[in-house]
Design a protein around this ligand. Structure first.
Ligand code: PRX
Length: 643
């Protein structure tokens, strides 16, 4: 089933890619002359201090020798693209439209006000001793000050690493240590769904054993009483009050790191994905303007959290670089009820709305009545991100939310890609429910066999990208070898995404999910190894193996196979507590099974393929298990299976 682009989405497009012919033209230009294509995009979009003449230097074949670069001879400060020029041309335009946890609790920052606030914060950071190239951890909820903190770091050339406010003290400490941050910016207490999140208290706990931290800057959100460490802790409002609202942005090279964002992979240790300045901001700006067809009067709302890449690229950097009005939302789709999103669309007259399939499924399950009473006529583009969307949820979004009048952009991308890589372009691309459709100009995807051979035409395989693009991650913080081995060792000369993908006869892409040991639960990316490392800290647990299984709302659920220590019994609360303490509140086990042993090869490797099949309820399709050290464990596991 194919959906044509509704006329009102096609008409009046701001992007030059307003139909498929234009798309093909732009796509071909980007393939034939990547340097020319991207140099022209960056010069028209970004305020450079020294305009670049170089495009790409290096490539996937040479990534072993060191990171590749884009626009390498240019210099800039990305905040001038996000703030100063808009403060000059559209000072009164709302840059950040914030809606707090309680409906109608609204605050706004115009571009003029945002520039002033970021300048004050940048001066405050300098006063605290933060210098170019130093790392700053930001551990906050969804308040405008989180975006201001990110931009202030960028303003002084410091490298920020935002840690999602749901992560535990352990997880926060690991990240502080890995990047050697000297400053943490946090807030007293976070608010979400009517609940308090003790961000400062968790920060204090994380600082125990994180000796690099010299200062903690605390934004006052709720005014609750919090513990205070004299000499280390500084109030945000006091530091800003004492600072000037004028700040000269620090000039950095195009390849100067803008931020580190930790993400999960197949091993227990999250990796710090590094994004740089010039290429990242160019790609975030280009994809945001193009995919959503951003128009001057749009009210753009992305429901992600700044703790994830979607919040970086499509709440903060892309929209602000494009001079848009971007909404920041502190709460959840279900607070105080399942009509919250649609209530906000009505009140703020949102035109572009971007959320995750999990939220759409959860809301669809609550019934249409939460949607149908609201005036959603302002909506023009609906987006999804983070996980595959099932066609039923897609159709509900299209019909019930969009009234058939909007185009849906199912955007596939990753922390590592920096921005959207496969997606419809709102005014141009007919859609099919569940397909991320076509590659963005500049993205050259290929499907590969496990041996790395290219699959041409319709088919299914491992999704790779064959040519660099400006927004891609350059390295893993402190471990370039890990960057090379994770992404460039499977298929020499190509970037391996970790996803499987099918391509149909129209060249449309259908993501089939991760093919590595990474889970995608409610759009949250988590490693099976992280769960396993957490679970074996429970004394009664001898061994643990985690797999994902299909979950009707979350996309994937977490299934744990646990081998207990001899004579010990397992209680669920201790398993959940270990995951919560080691990882965070978002890491929950959905189902677990105590087993006598795990299926292992003779060399001791756990055969997850078998465990995955059983958890999916396909235990009778296991095929040959004779290579296992002890094939009888499989029958015992199958007998005890309970989902
Ligand atoms: O498996 C893909 C899935 O999310 C993974 C990337 O997760 P993360 O780095 O946390 O970034 C999420 C936000 C960009 C991918 O490897 N994924 C993301 N978008 C989609 C998707 N799967 C299917 N369809 C999508 N639109």
């Amino acid at each position: 089933m194919k959906y044509e682009v509704p006329a009102r989405v096609r008409e009046g497009a701001a992007t030059p890619i307003h139909d498929l012919d234009r798309y093909r033209e732009h796509y071909a230009n980007a393939v034939n002359d990547p340097d020319g294509f991207w140099l022209s995009e960056t010069k028209s979009r970004i305020a450079w201090k020294t305009s670049p003449t170089q495009g790409l230097v290096g490539g996937f074949d040479e990534v072993k020798e060191g990171p590749l670069s884009w626009f390498g001879d240019g210099t800039l400060n990305i905040t001038e693209s996000c703030l100063d020029r808009h403060a000059k041309s559209t000072p009164e335009k709302i840059a950040i439209l914030w809606e707090g946890d309680e409906p109608g609790d609204v605050r706004t920052y115009t571009y003029d006000e945002l520039l002033a606030a970021v300048s004050r914060a940048a001066n405050a950071l300098s006063e605290l001793g933060v210098k170019k190239g130093e790392r700053v951890i930001i551990y906050m909820g969804m308040v405008p000050e989180a975006a201001i903190a990110m931009l202030a770091c960028a303003r002084v050339g410091a490298i920020h690493s935002v840690v999602f406010g749901g992560f535990s003290a352990e997880a926060l400490r690991d990240r502080v240590r890995d990047c050697g941050a000297e400053l943490i910016i946090t807030q007293d207490v976070g608010r979400r769904g009517g609940r308090d999140i003790p961000l400062k208290a968790v920060t204090d706990e994380a600082c125990v054993g994180a000796s690099s931290v010299k200062k903690v800057l605390v934004y006052r959100r709720t005014g609750d009483e919090i513990p205070w460490v004299d000499g280390r802790d500084v109030w945000w409002h006091e530091a800003l009050e004492q600072s000037s609202d004028i700040h000269e942005a620090v000039e950095v090279d195009a390849e100067h790191p803008l931020f580190i964002l930790y993400t999960s992979g197949s091993t227990g240790r999250p990796k710090g994905v590094v994004h740089t300045s010039g290429g990242y901001i160019t790609y975030a700006s280009y994809t945001h303007a193009t995919v959503f067809d951003l128009r001057p009067d749009d009210v753009y709302a992305c429901m992600a959290d700044v703790g994830w890449i979607t919040g970086h690229s499509y709440i903060v950097y892309g929209p602000l670089a494009n001079g848009a009005t971007t909404l920041m939302f502190e709460s959840t789709p279900l607070y105080p009820d399942a009509g919250r999103y649609w209530d906000m669309v009505e009140r703020h007259k949102i035109t572009i709305f971007y959320t995750a399939p999990t939220a759409i499924r959860a809301l669809a399950a609550k019934g249409d009545e939460h949607v149908t009473g609201k005036d959603l006529s302002s909506l023009r583009v609906l987006g999804t991100v983070g996980e595959p969307i099932n066609p039923e949820a897609w159709v509900w979004y299209h019909e019930v939310v969009g009234g058939g009048r909007c185009n849906i952009v199912d955007t596939w991308w990753q922390t590592e890609t920096g921005g959207i890589a496969l997606s419809p372009i709102a005014p141009a691309t007919p859609t099919k429910p569940g397909s991320a459709t076509l590659p963005m100009p500049g993205i050259q995807p290929s499907l590969r066999t496990p041996e790395g051979a290219i699959i041409r035409g319709p088919g299914q395989g491992l999704l790779c990208i064959d040519h660099p693009w400006p927004g891609q991650a350059r390295t893993v913080w402190g471990d370039h070898d890990r960057f090379v081995s994770t992404y460039f060792s499977h298929v020499p000369g190509a970037y391996f995404t970790g996803d499987g993908c099918r391509r149909d006869a129209d060249g449309y892409h259908w993501i089939t999910g991760r093919v590595d040991d990474v889970l995608n639960v409610s759009g949250h990316r988590m490693g099976t190894a992280e769960f396993e490392a957490a679970l074996i800290t429970v004394e009664a647990v001898a061994e643990a193996a985690i797999v994902g299984y299909p979950h009707p709302i979350k996309g994937q659920g977490v299934y744990a196979y646990i081998v207990s220590q001899p004579g010990e019994s397992i209680n669920e609360a201790s398993l959940q507590a270990a995951c919560r303490e080691q990882i965070g509140a978002h890491a929950r086990i959905d189902s677990f099974q105590v087993v006598t042993g795990l299926p292992k090869t003779r060399s001791g490797k756990v055969m997850r393929r078998i465990l995955r099949k059983i958890a999916e309820g396909r235990g009778d399709e296991l095929g040959d298990v004779s290579t296992l050290a002890d094939p009888s464990v499989v029958d015992a596991i199958k007998d005890g299976f309970k989902v």
